[in-house]
Design a protein around this ligand. Sequence first.
Ligand SMILES: [Zn+2]
Length: 273
Amino acid sequence: MKPARSIPYALALLLAGLPAAAQRDQEQERRDQQERQDQQRREREQQERRDQERRDQQGGGDQERRDQAGREQERSGETPTQQAPTLEFGVAGLTPENAEQIRTSLRELRTQVYVCSGCEREYARAGTCETCKLTLRADERPVFQEATPAVERSSVRVRVAPGRTLRYSDLERALLANSIRIEGSKFPLDTPATLVLRGGSQENVAEVERALNESGAFERAETRFEPSTGEIQVTVRPGRNAPSLSQLSSTLKSSGSKLLLADVIWGEPALKS
Ligand SMILES: [Zn+2]
């Protein structure tokens, strides 16, 4: 009976061993699976990082495309109401001691705007709200979204808040109040702007426009006479070789005219009227 007993015993042992072996196999399988999952997770994470990097780069590209679109829109003269010009220019007198004071006084610089009491939309000029048809109320709001004096570069960088206007004369006055002088030769006219010329009349308009367009200082210049102020206003779009404020003044002087560059305005709806 021994063999008869031993067979089931061996069989029993074998059968008993099978689950253990199966269990070992299962454990090995689980470890393998775990490892594969870990590997897949690492690959997924790497892929996500690569995707994120690509999105970041595309985001930058989108920004560039938006900037490009903005520039093209400005060139075509359509609804540049939300443009926010950024200017960077050289100054004399900036020190580590007065930098903070200059930043503060530039941020306090205000400009006249007209606001709808119904929808709070802000307009550059008085009138009625396009949407609500309510009469706009006058208000004063900060000119700059950002104002950063850079002591080491002797320069100031400002970003005009969207829809607001900056006059060079106001900027100059605010800086002079802190004993900071703008260096005209380091003030590039490289953003769309309106030049305000004094000392001329309606007769000079065509001549000025031709002289500026021929000088190559700007991609395009459009001129009109404003009888109420006696100013010739020139709306300019910057070209490749933006002149400095000083260069533009010399160009005007050398043209033999009596016209003087009295002011520059940024943020006005470009090339309208
Ligand atoms: Zn409104």
